[in-house]
Ligand binder design. Structure first.
Ligand code: NAD
Ligand code: ZN
Length: 358
């Protein structure tokens, strides 16, 4: 039954070192499944934990196995698990919530205060060949879906979660700030919800090229020496439709966390519209609250996701998220995980989503 290869895991130390080391084959508790992890994406948060040792109050204070964007094959099934069998292909939902607290019971399980989130201290993550994970947070993927696609369900779920917070409707003009994996995931989900037109901003031309490759042709390369009004005006100019119709973004998905981007988005949004904050920057960001007040601009925050996996798997499989595969720019075998991490921080690689395959 046990996996036939060494169970190598990717560890991060509190003094910013990453290394690979073999760990024992996991125990299969009654409610868990053992998964052979076949694809894992590297997320910006992992690079952040590696380089800074913390995200906000969340500190790396012991050696930790990273990873939370994964899909794999079931090797072993716990005694209580009814709905999976050996050989099933699954995408892993990394936030294991308690299912007992007020948030969990009311359905907002992404806000569970005792959530164990894979690869976020103190919980070990999915960057090992064989892991155990509660069956409740595993979701079957079709045989016609690749593991690489299965590992994209997590970042796409961040986009899907934000889109459901925004209640988008057909033909709504939408701004997406930031063309990283999360901004592009948000744009893909907004497009699938009928938003149009969609304008995407970034500081980096290569990231905007990625957006164009996925089918978003209205992009704006923001210059840091533009002030908020100039940036807002240039954003609005891109919403023109035909000769006469000048649209304004009704919703802005802010996916950078950068103060200047949040502020210029707030000015670009139409009166009565919504700033949908996904990006995470410094804890205390200054926003033009009074200017927003005079125009009734709403602020909605969005944290991770809840109940997104089955829907996102279906939309991904049926081609509704066309172009989403192009998020993956680099793939490495498990043994070359350190090289994969290096690629993420090498500017010349122009990586968007780097995956590890096994
Ligand atoms: P990323 O760093 O790869 O992408 C951010 C992009 O924003 C980059 O391409 C960068 O060039 C661009 N950018 C930076 N400043 C800008 C500015 N002033 N104007 C325009 N573009 C600018 O990160 P990512 O993985 O795509 O994640 C985006 C953000 O979402 C991060 O802050 C991350 O922490 C956050 N995030 C939030 C959630 C959530 O649940 N809310 C989940 C995952 C990630
Ligand atoms: Zn809970």
């Amino acid at each position: 039954k046990k996996g036939s290869k060494p169970n190598i895991a990717l560890w991060l130390t509190k003094d910013h070192q990453i290394y690979q080391e073999e760990i024992p084959y996991p125990e299969c508790e009654p409610d868990d499944c053992i998964v052979h992890v076949r694809a894992t994406g590297i997320c910006g948060s992992e690079i952040h934990f590696w380089k800074s040792g913390r995200i906000g109050d969340c500190m790396v204070d012991h050696d930790l196995i990273l990873g939370h964007e994964s899909a794999g094959e079931i090797l072993d099934v716990g005694s209580n698990v009814k709905n999976f069998t050996k050989g099933d292909r699954v995408s892993i939902e990394p936030g294991v919530s308690c299912w007992e607290c007020k948030q969990c019971i009311s359905g907002r399980y992404n806000l569970c205060p005792s959530v164990k989130f894979s690869g976020t201290p103190p919980s070990h993550g999915t960057m090992a060949r064989y892991i155990s994970h509660p069956a409740r947070f595993l979701h079957k993927i079709p045989t016609t879906m690749s593991y690489a696609q299965g590992a994209l369900i997590e970042p796409l779920s961040v986009g899907a979660g934000a889109v459901s917070r925004a209640n988008l409707s057909l033909g709504q003009p939408v701004l997406v700030c930031g063309a990283g994996p999360i901004g592009l995931a948000a744009a893909i989900c907004a497009r699938a919800s009928g938003a149009h037109p969609i304008v995407i901003t970034d500081l980096e031309e290569s990231r905007l090229q990625q957006a164009k490759d996925i089918g978003f042709d209205r992009t704006l390369k923001v210059e840091m020496d533009w002030d908020k009004n100039e940036t807002a005006k240039r954003i609005r100019d891109l919403f023109k439709s035909g000769d006469e119709v000048i649209l304004v973004p009704e919703v802005a998905f802010e996916c950078t966390g950068a103060q200047s981007s949040i502020v210029s988005a707030s000015y670009a949004i139409e009166a009565g519209g919504t700033l949908l904050q996904i990006g995470c920057g410094k804890p205390d960001v200054e926003i033009p609250l009074m200017a927003m007040n005079f125009r009734e601009v709403n602020i909605i925050t969005s944290f991770r996701y809840k109940q997104t996996w089955p829907t996102v798997i279906r939309l991904m499989h049926d081609g509704i998220f066309h172009g989403a595969d192009k998020l993956i720019t680099h793939s490495f075998p498990l043994e070359k995980t350190l090289e994969a991490f290096q690629t993420c921080i090498t500017r010349e690689s122009r990586s968007v989503k780097v995956q590890i395959l096994d």
